[in-house]
Design a protein around this ligand. Structure first.
Ligand code: Z5A
Length: 216
């Protein structure tokens, strides 16, 4: 007797980068490409992506909550992530859908680890416990000098609580992202985000090619 065919697990692709790196711009083009390839795609973001996560997002970005401790910030990021993994990402992957997520756990290592100086071991413990150790199949890191990213992001109105940080914070975030990419070259693709949007999209599409064996 043959057992029923199992649905192949979907793929998790995450987008990372500093402020103004162009993640939102890339997301639109990459989404269109993946859907044209026949991918059943779920788009989501962090912090956010669920009703609870979006409520957490409003708290962590609220410029009025200037006194938030680094510990509180880290736990809120993982509270949003714990909900997103269980409510959205895991069920989608199990059903064979692909998930394109604007930021994921690497952002906690970069912002709360690199930026705020929280110990990496503490973040790793939370990653295993709250995010079930879920690791993306592919992470696209849009890398850009801090000044260029901040210039692009300027003029969007009042800075949120994290955007209000000084340049040094964002330099540490960038360094932490680059160190993670160097440590895991099989998962990360670093894309030069100072290229035109079309060039960035082409590089991202190229980086996703190896994922398609599973649904071809
Ligand atoms: N955060 C955290 O601390 N810890 C965590 O664990 C997580 C998140 C998950 C919200 O994230 C904040 O949460 C974020 C990190 C923190 N704080 N900061 N800063 P977010 O991803 O929602 O917010 P963001 O980083 O502020 O995103 P962004 O600034 O909107 O960046 P973007 O999406 O990468 O940029 P964009 O909107 O696509 O582009 C910005 C501008 O540049 C826009 O005018 C574009 O037209 C232009 N652009 C885009 N691409 C190009 C190119 N290639 N050339 C020229 N101009 C371009």
């Amino acid at each position: 007797m043959t057992s029923p065919a199992r649905t192949p697990r979907g793929k998790l692709i995450t987008l990372e980068g500093g402020e103004g790196a162009g993640k939102s711009t890339l997301l639109a083009g990459l989404r269109q490409h993946l859907v044209e390839q026949g991918v059943d795609l779920v788009l989501t973001r962090e912090p956010g992506g669920t009703p609870l996560g979006e409520a957490v997002r409003a708290i962590v970005l609220d410029p009025a909550l200037r006194g938030m401790s680094a510990e509180t910030e880290l736990l809120l990021m993982f509270a949003s992530r714990a909900q997103l993994v269980r409510e959205c990402i895991e069920p989608a992957l199990a059903a064979g859908r692909w998930v394109l997520c604007d930021r994921f756990t690497d952002a906690s290592y970069a912002y709360q680890g690199g930026g705020r100086g929280m110990p990496v071991e503490r973040i790793a413990t939370l990653e295993q416990w709250a995010a079930d150790g879920l690791t993306p199949d592919l992470t696209l890191l849009l890398d850009l000098p801090v000044a260029t990213g901040r210039a692009r992001a300027a003029g969007r109105g009042e800075a949120d609580r994290i955007e209000a940080e000084a340049d040094g914070f964002f330099e540490r975030v960038r360094a932490a992202y680059r160190a993670r990419a160097a440590a895991e070259p099989g998962r990360f693709r670093v894309i030069d985000a100072s290229q035109t949007p079309a060039e960035v999209l082409a590089a991202a599409i190229e980086a996703t090619r190896h994922l398609f064996g599973a649904i071809a």
